[in-house]
Write a protein that binds this ligand. Structure first.
Ligand code: FES
Length: 67
């Protein structure tokens, strides 16, 4: 699994193996998909990024974690 913090943007999570997103008692299969999670706090579709970070002028450095 790779976790990428985009410069001035969301956290991208790329899963290569089995992976499920659990939210409010619901589960979604996300294996093999790229999931973009908000880290600016401005999304109207939490926990997902909806692009609001650009309008909010969110600033944060990039980083990458491989698990
Ligand atoms: S990081 Fe994109 S809306 Fe928050």
């Amino acid at each position: 699994m790779k976790v990428m913090l985009r410069e001035n943007g969301p956290v991208l999570i790329e899963s290569k193996g089995e992976a499920k997103l659990k939210q409010n008692g619901e589960e979604k299969e996300v294996a093999g998909k790229m999931v973009a999670l908000c880290r600016c706090g401005q999304s109207k579709n939490m926990p997902f990024c909806d692009g609001s970070h650009a309008k909010a002028n969110f600033k944060a450095p990039a980083a990458e974690i491989e698990l």
